[in-house]
Design a protein around this ligand. Structure first.
Ligand code: NDP
Length: 311
């Protein structure tokens, strides 16, 4: 016998758990499948200082534990399950995690996005210890420090500019000799005396120990002649793009040109009535915990209205 739910939430970052808090308080007894990274991207950051209500800051994993506790307090059920297949062709919707099938009258998708990484040894271990994929989140910790930003797109140049508010020097490392970023962003970094650019250069090793002072240096390799040099630094910011976690849904729901789920106007509604999306999986622009939480609230209210209309 398959389990049947009014609301099934896929993903457990700020968007999914906020949707869980709201739908639980509406007595909809939501079930949350937490996925392979319970708590989402915040579990790979350290201090979160820009989430309103935490003037002293809060550790990312602690904050997600608070979100989960709050959702459970109102009756949300959370399970460490990873969704492998969905069928949204008719109601009740079908969601499989491994071989187990769950039926749902409404589904809230909050599977988030994942920052692209370089794939180097040490990179994940040093996240939050000198390595970051989010300047808005972590830039503040690099006052008067020297940092590198990897990437040549708009995000890299925007992050480089932003980091000059704190860092004493920002070096952009790009693997080619031209940026793909817009001209205006290029002009902005050219005018910024704190920023320099190293062309044709790639980070090929990351040095440091998370338990012992964190990041210390990187090895840079010239992409044209292969020569290597070590580069001491305090912070390494990766801005080589994100990918939305939409593989499960690509045959069922429309995605935009960048692969994000499309939602309708100022709502969390997808093109299928009863399927809602919130958080980074449908937002390539803001990508903040607080905006994800806000959109999770919207999805819960949209789901509640939908279920009321069906009753
Ligand atoms: P992009 O895909 O535009 O750029 C990614 C950059 O990272 C490219 O320069 C790419 O190099 C480089 N890169 C990718 N993989 C690697 C790797 N393994 N090693 C080294 N470098 C790598 O992503 P963004 O996140 O910058 O932007 C995403 C979208 O969001 C874009 O459409 C952008 O315009 C938009 N955006 C707009 C902003 C604004 O207008 N203010 C701000 C931020 C983003 P290469 O060029 O060689 O491929």
């Amino acid at each position: 016998m398959s389990e049947s739910r009014k609301v099934l939430i896929i993903g457990s970052g700020p968007a999914g758990l906020t949707a869980a808090i709201y739908t639980a308080r509406a007595n909809l007894e939501p079930l949350v499948f937490e996925g392979i990274q319970p708590g989402g991207q915040l579990t790979i950051t350290t201090d979160v200082e820009n989430y309103p209500g935490f003037p002293e800051g809060v550790m990312g994993p602690d904050m997600m534990e608070l979100f989960r506790t709050q959702a459970q307090k109102f009756g949300a059920q959370t399970q460490f399950r990873h969704v492998t297949k969905v069928d949204f062709s008719k109601r009740p919707f079908k969601v499989w995690s491994d071989q187990e099938l769950t039926l749902a009258d409404s589904v809230i998708i909050s599977t988030g996005a994942t920052a692209k990484l370089l794939g180097l040894d040490n990179e994940t271990e040093l996240m939050g210890h000198g390595v970051s994929a989010c300047a808005t989140c972590d830039g503040f910790f690099f006052k008067d420090k020297q940092v590198l930003v990897v990437g040549g797109g708009d995000a890299a140049l925007e992050e480089a500019n932003f980091l000059t508010r704190f860092a004493s020097k920002v070096t952009v490392i790009h693997r080619r000799d031209t940026f793909r970023a817009s001209k205006i962003m290029q002009e902005r970094i050219n005018k910024n005396p704190k920023i320099d650019v190293r062309w044709n250069s790639a980070v090929t090793k990351i040095h440091g120990n998370a338990q012992n002072g964190g990041l210390t240096a990187v090895t840079l390799t010239d992409t044209q002649n292969g020569s290597e040099s070590d580069y001491p630094l305090d912070g390494l910011f990766l801005a080589i793009g994100h990918y939305p976690n939409t593989d499960l849904f690509k045959d069922q729901l429309p995605l935009d040109a960048k692969g994000y789920l499309v939602t309708e106007g100022k709502s969390s509604r997808t093109t299928i009535p009863g399927i809602f999306a919130c958080g980074d999986v449908q937002d390539s622009v803001y990508r903040q915990a607080v905006t994800a939480a806000g959109s999770g609230c919207m999805a819960a209210i949209d789901a509640e209205h939908f279920l009321e209309e069906q009753a």
